[in-house]
Design a protein around this ligand. Sequence first.
Ligand code: PRP
Ligand code: URA
Length: 210
Amino acid sequence: MKNKNFLLVDHPLIKKDVSIIRDKNTNPEFFRAAVKRISIILAAEICKKLDLIEYDVETPLEITKGHKLNQDIVLVPVLRAGLGMVSGFLEIIPDAKVGHIGLKRNEETLRPVEYYYKTPKDLEKSKVILIDPMLATGGSASEAIRFLKNRGGIDCVFACLVASPQGVSKIEADHGDIKIFCASLDRELNEKGYIVPGLGDAGDRTFGTL
Ligand code: PRP
Ligand code: URA
């Protein structure tokens, strides 16, 4: 896909784990574990370009140059399914703050409906990572990005597991400044707005509510 803001994170372990979460016979326990492993690799890729500041570290032998992050990191999972990716991100960014956006896709109109919003103060000074496993029509992610921008989230990226070409195009059209980090770009959306081949309903598969 030709889109300068879309990054398919190409990694053998991601390919293996995406196959596990696609499999309809994978139970929620194994589904969550695979989502966590993929999320760790996505988080590492997103964090590659973070700004650092130097400081002095005293080793047992001498003082040397150390580094720390120059910005707070704020993870913002979209409820519910985004919650499944948070533990992987926190595994390697343990001091990240976590906000939440509650959006439910109306399965008839496919439009997202907001039911919850809470993010930390000082969003404008933070690196914000919006997290949702599925980028289908793109309506939910686009709306969530709009909320974040309205509350000051100017330095924001989006992390997902599976995207459709339509979803990627919608984010590009609505928010041309937002980078998307994705584990798999799938073929299309079906008539019900599900990603194909996809993995089904990510929230239900994460929480066993099928
Ligand atoms: C899923 C998914 C996204 C949304 C994607 O959530 O986690 O938030 O659908 O679809 P879209 O790109 O067409 O907007 P869902 O509405 O099923 O809610 P849930 O996480 O509570 O199951
Ligand atoms: N939401 C999901 O959970 N899965 C899809 O395929 C599309 C939207």
